[in-house]
Structure formats: structure tokens, C-alpha cells
Design a protein around this ligand. Structure first.
Ligand code: HEM
Length: 249
């Protein structure tokens, strides 16, 4: 190793953070992945076929990045938006016309949300058409379905927050649907009461949707994404043709 590399990597501070040596041999290259909390989610060895763009089209990863982008832009939007019926609409207008780069922030959040719904369906189609939902990956398919439902509920709950006419009437329709669609129809008016926090849309509805949108649903989504990724590793990596020799785990 050169003197500069020695100076950078062969000192106590560097070694207190990175326990492995310089990744110049296969063992150290593997240790880089094992010993890093952010990288250890990646497999040290992958099948050559899984690296081809056409194996996944990167659709799952695009979804993970969209979720990160939505979390970041959503976090910044929370500095300006107050979930109060007399303020919510005005706050959205302020974001559009008064806050520096507010309109960029809001549109990044909105377009990323639309893209997430679109890419979830594309990813699902890729998994379906490559038969990747079959054993031993049925459980991950079910986790995926729950992720799809949560993604749709995240979109719906976000739709109410601008508190405009579109939002108001969309939630009116949804709460009526919930009241009349099985299995929630057993609860009758109780079902829409649960969603609206009353008999009609108002402050109680806004705060319920807000809490679910900024905390409840993203927390469940993030947790399930971790399980989804972990499960890909446990199922023997990405699906590929003829896996008859892979034992069920
Ligand atoms: C928030 C939504 C989701 C995220 C972030 C996500 C992420 C991922 C990632 C990163 C992969 C690795 C390979 C790839 O890029 O395709 C993957 C694989 C997989 N996903 Fe998803 N996914 C999501 C939703 C879904 C949905 C809706 C389904 C199906 C209902 C699903 C079922 C699967 C299955 C079965 C695999 C394994 C595929 C294989 O082995 O080839 N996922 N997912």
C-alpha cells in the first residue's frame, strides 16, 4: 500500500470505525458488507443473472428510493402545513406562492406519490410475469400485497390534507363506500364514524387522516419493507429459472 493509503487507513481512528482491512482481497471485500449496518442488507454473492437490468428493471429499488424521497419531502412539508381546518388550505396556497421553493417541494411529494402507485403495479407485474411469486416466495408476495394496500391508503390519506373541494368530496365518497362495502358494512354507520371521527367530515377527520398519513402508515410501510428485503435474502436471492435444488426455508 502507498504511504498516502497507509496514512489514511492504517491509523487508530479509521480502524475504530472500520474493522476490516483495505478491500483488496475477496475476504476484505466480503467484510465491507458484513460489518456495515447500511450495507449488510446486500448479499455478498449474487447470481450473475440477477445483475442484469432485465431481471428486475430495478423496479423494487425505484420504489424504495421513492419511499425515501416521500419521507424526506413529507418531513420538510410538515414545517409549513398545520392540520387545522381553517389553516390547511391556506397553508397549501402559501407553499405554492409564498414559501421559497415551496411549490417544488409540494410537487416533488405529489409526483413521487403518483409514481409510487404506478411503480408498485409495474413491480407487481414484473414479479407476476417472471413467476417470482411461486414457492418459496409466497410469503414475500403476501407482504407485497400488504405494501400495495398501504401505498394506496397513503395516497388516499394524503389526498384529504390540502382540504380543497377535491379532497372533501373524495373522502365523502370513500367514507360512503366503506359504510356499504363488506366486511365493514356489518358495522353500518359505525364504519364511516371510525374513519371520519364523527358523522360528517370535519376537524376530527383531518387529524385522523393526518396522523395516519405522517406516522401510522409510513411506520408500518417502513417496517414491512425491511421484512420484504430480508425475506428476499432468506428465499435464496432473486427468482431465477430452475430452482429445484433450493431447499424451502
Ligand atoms: C413499497 C412497495 C415495495 C417495495 C419498496 C418493494 C421492493 C422490492 C425490491 C427492492 C425487490 C428486489 C428486486 C426487485 O427490484 O424487483 C423486491 C422483490 C420482490 N417483491 Fe417487492 N416491493 C414492493 C411491493 C411489492 C408488491 C406490491 C409485491 C407483490 C404483490 C411484491 C412482491 C415481491 C416479490 C415476490 C419479490 C421477490 C422477487 C424475486 O425473487 O424475483 N413487492 N421488492
Amino acid at each position: 500500500m502507498s504511504r498516502v493509503a497507509d496514512l489514511l487507513f492504517a491509523n487508530r481512528v479509521w480502524k475504530s470505525v472500520f474493522r476490516h482491512g483495505y478491500p483488496s482481497n475477496p475476504r476484505n471485500r466480503a467484510e465491507v458488507m458484513f460489518q456495515n449496518v447500511f450495507l449488510h442488507i446486500q448479499s455478498v454473492k449474487v447470481f450473475k443473472r440477477s445483475l442484469k437490468v432485465s431481471a428486475t428493471f430495478g423496479l423494487g429499488l425505484i420504489l424504495a428510493y421513492l419511499f425515501l424521497l416521500l419521507t424526506l419531502t413529507g418531513f420538510l412539508l410538515m414545517f409549513y402545513y398545520v392540520p387545522e381546518v381553517h389553516r390547511a388550505y391556506a397553508d397549501m396556497k402559501d407553499l405554492e406562492f409564498a414559501v421559497s421553493f415551496g411549490v417544488v417541494l409540494r410537487n416533488m411529494h405529489r409526483w413521487a406519490a403518483h409514481a409510487m402507485v404506478l411503480f408498485t403495479f409495474l413491480h407487481m407485474a414484473r414479479v407476476f410475469f417472471t413467476g417470482a411469486y411461486k414457492a418459496p416466495r409466497e410469503f414475500n408476495w403476501v407482504i407485497g400485497i400488504i405494501l400495495l394496500i398501504i401505498t394506496l391508503f397513503l395516497s388516499l390519506s394524503g389526498y384529504l390534507l390540502p382540504w380543497d373541494q377535491l379532497a372533501y368530496w373524495a373522502i365523502t365518497i370513500v367514507s360512503n363506500l366503506i359504510r356499504t362495502t363488506p366486511p365493514a358494512d356489518i358495522m353500518g354507520a359505525g364504519a364511516s364514524y371510525l374513519v371520519l371521527g364523527g358523522t360528517q367530515i370535519g376537524q376530527n377527520t383531518l387529524i385522523r387522516f393526518y396522523v395516519m398519513h405522517v406516522f401510522g402508515l409510513p411506520a408500518i410501510c417502513g417496517l414491512l419493507m425491511v421484512v420484504h428485503f430480508w425475506r428476499i435474502r432468506k428465499d435464496g436471492g432473486l427468482a431465477r429459472p430452475d430452482e429445484s435444488n433450493i431447499p424451502l426455508r
